[in-house]
Design a binder for this molecule. Structure first.
Ligand SMILES: [Zn+2]
Length: 308
């Protein structure tokens, strides 16, 4: 089964993770712009981060046969540094229009401060102006109120719920998010957010319409195979295959495909892997390692006819 992991901070992960994800069936990942484990103190750091997830990280994923997309946005934690936030807001329109950018995100609330609210609203306006989907990060603390407020504010800005993915849901928030017409994403994150057994019960109760599963793997203890392990457990638990495919593949494509930047053809007819290639002079290979080079032309029989 083909899988999409629509929330994965791959910049923090290893090449082993890419290999394991590709082997498990992940054909595409979406890397949301977020914070990097500690606050950035200069706009320039943010600018380089955005170019990194749009540039080298995309190249790196491709070297393992995984298509890489990203979202750009000012995250809620760093929205609380007003000088930084103003600088980032100036950068965003330029980055949002680059190839492979499928949404403005992840944006929303963390501690639900006034500055978070100000920049969340400004970025909703930007998404609307650019006709891009939005990925909303809902807060870990006071989640229910934060989730409701995120949707209330989106509606104040006349956003269409079908253009918005509300992420990091749980049993407390899912009903309202679905009832209001939004996409409801779930981060399968060990011990803190949502385990895959709980996710299977949600699929059983709500079906898979507008439900999206992601790993949200990042710098912390997290699981890059979260989508695969959830799909597997769901199938073993009797969730119909069509529903598993919707939640672990098709819905993410429908939601983020609205950007016009992501289509099935990207991974059904991908460029051949050639690890000899470089990105601005930089390779993923380290000394002495043999590059993986796929044949673009498939052998047409007689493949042992060796001519040397
Ligand atoms: Zn995230």
């Amino acid at each position: 089964m083909m899988l999409i992991d629509p929330h994965a901070h791959m910049i923090s992960r290893t090449t082993n993770d890419y290999e394991a994800m590709a082997k498990s069936g992940v054909v595409a990942v979406i890397e949301p712009a977020f914070w990097v484990g500690q606050p950035r103190t200069h706009v320039g750091s943010y600018e380089d981060y955005l170019s990194h997830i749009i540039g080298f990280e995309r190249f790196r994923a491709g070297q393992f046969g995984v298509r890489h997309y990203c979202t750009v946005g000012l995250n809620s934690k760093e929205a609380n540094n007003e000088a930084l936030a103003e600088g980032v807001m100036d950068l965003l329109p330029r980055f949002a229009l680059k190839d492979g950018v499928v949404a403005i995100g992840e944006i929303g609330y963390d501690e639900q401060t006034e500055l978070e609210d100000k920049y969340y609203r400004a970025q909703l306006d930007l998404a609307k102006e650019l006709e891009l989907p939005v990925m909303i990060h809902t807060p870990h603390r006071d989640k229910r109120r934060g989730t409701t407020r995120s949707m209330d504010v989106a509606e104040e800005h006349s956003m269409d719920p079908s253009m918005i993915v509300v992420d990091h849901n749980n049993e407390e928030t899912v009903r309202e998010v679905l009832d209001r017409g939004y996409w409801a994403a779930f981060s399968i994150y060990p011990s803190t957010k949502m385990g895959n057994a709980r996710m299977v019960e949600i699929l059983r109760e709500y079906g898979a319409e507008r439900i999206i599963v992601d790993s949200a793997c990042d710098w912390g203890i997290s699981e890059p195979l979260g989508v695969f392990k959830t799909a597997k457990l769901a199938l073993e638990s009797g969730i119909p295959k069509e529903q598993v495919e919707m939640a672990c593949y098709a819905n993410a494509l429908s939601a983020y495909g609205q950007s016009g930047q992501m289509s099935e053809d990207d991974w059904l007819n991908p460029p051949a892997i050639d690890q000899r290639t470089v990105y601005e002079g930089n390779s993923i290979l380290r000394g002495g390692r043999d590059p993986l080079v796929e044949d673009t032309v498939k052998p047409s029989g007689g493949d042992s006819m060796l001519i040397e």
